[in-house]
Design a binder for this molecule. Structure first.
Ligand SMILES: [Zn+2]
Length: 83
């Protein structure tokens, strides 16, 4: 079971916007993508980590662990892993 951290209260769309505001656009081959969408599609794990760092900066109390199977949110990693 893989639990992962996320910032409670943010949707993927909001995290994408946070990334786009922080990094703008990225060039992949001949195409230019907004960073948020590109990262989410190509590297979801990094997307979460980077967005988590950006969004979590001022908002440490909103961090939660999420069960990767049922998406239930927990306050600590053990509970989420053993969900
Ligand atoms: Zn679960």
């Amino acid at each position: 079971m893989n639990a992962y951290k996320k910032v409670s209260g943010y949707t993927d769309e909001e995290l994408i916007n946070i990334l786009n505001e922080a990094y703008g656009k990225v060039k992949i081959g001949k195409l230019i993508y907004p960073v948020g969408q590109a990262l989410k599609e190509r590297d979801p794990l990094t997307f979460r980590l980077v967005a988590f760092n950006l969004a979590g900066k001022d908002d440490c109390n909103n961090l939660v662990w999420v069960c990767s199977q049922c998406k239930h949110e927990y306050d600590n990693e053990d509970e989420a892993e053993n969900c």
